[in-house]
Design a protein around this ligand. Sequence first.
Ligand SMILES: [Zn+2]
Length: 319
Amino acid sequence: MEILKGIHRIQTPLGTRSLYQHLLIDERCVLIDTGVTRTPEQVIIPYLKRVGLGPDRIDLALISHADADHFGGDESLRRVAPRALIACHELDVAWVEDPDRLVEERYNQFSEPHGMGLTPEERAGARGMMGGKVGVDLSLQGGEQIRMGERWRVEILHVPGHTQGHLMVYDPRSEAAIICDAALGSVIPDAEGNPSMPPTYCYPETYLPSIRKISALNPKHLLTSHYPAMRGREVQAFLRESLDFVRRVERAILSALRKTKGRMTMREIIDTVSSSLGKWPEEAAPQLAFPLAGHLNLLSKAKRIQKGRRKGLACWEIA
Ligand SMILES: [Zn+2]
């Protein structure tokens, strides 16, 4: 539905969670994210038809970041809307263009040093969310503007942290920030609003400044990919909650390492801190590896903790 002038928000199921996608429609038509493998043909094109537009009206598919549920539909889009250019940040191009590489380098990155690799089923599940390889037509850096029509321009901003090349769109006309996964709160909800999984930011050193950058825009409306739309006071409250979670994760890691007598592996840290950080289901706890890896890296660099090896696995202790 059109939730703000020219901004359409489309909800689709994503497993037990929801995925929200956005279409900006004026003289130009911009789709933000292509969803999973068949989202464009099954959801986006039928939606456009309902508002009286054909698939050939899509000028640009702006991919917010390299995750399966955000660009997995690129091949489907290319088939149904061949005129649409596909764009993403230059730092995410390599993963967006190559789903197999994304699975190996992002989703399976905890395999070798942490013994937390994907099972064959998980690997097939992740790969199955995306279609075939599709080239990115336009690499962006953030700072670009799109002229949507005579009196409407929107801005593209670089907000890294969840991936290195995460992009968002700011619409000054509606004072709306379409941030996708740039800030992830303290727990990602399922479609019913129950805790589903931990926030999977990866690089706290850029995630925090990105959230502050969004906060400084002082948006009236905050549109994410997995949370219901937020407005007014909810916006800054959510951003504060996102910032606060990052601080809690760092404190939880340091406190776990201080309490233990020996070194801890990634899995041991997750088992120790997960229940104090959130009420997501136990099977979602391994997703904490994404933020933890970022924090452990930073804490090691700052020499507050020390990395070692135990039985072939990476482990850490207080320095
Ligand atoms: Zn994501």
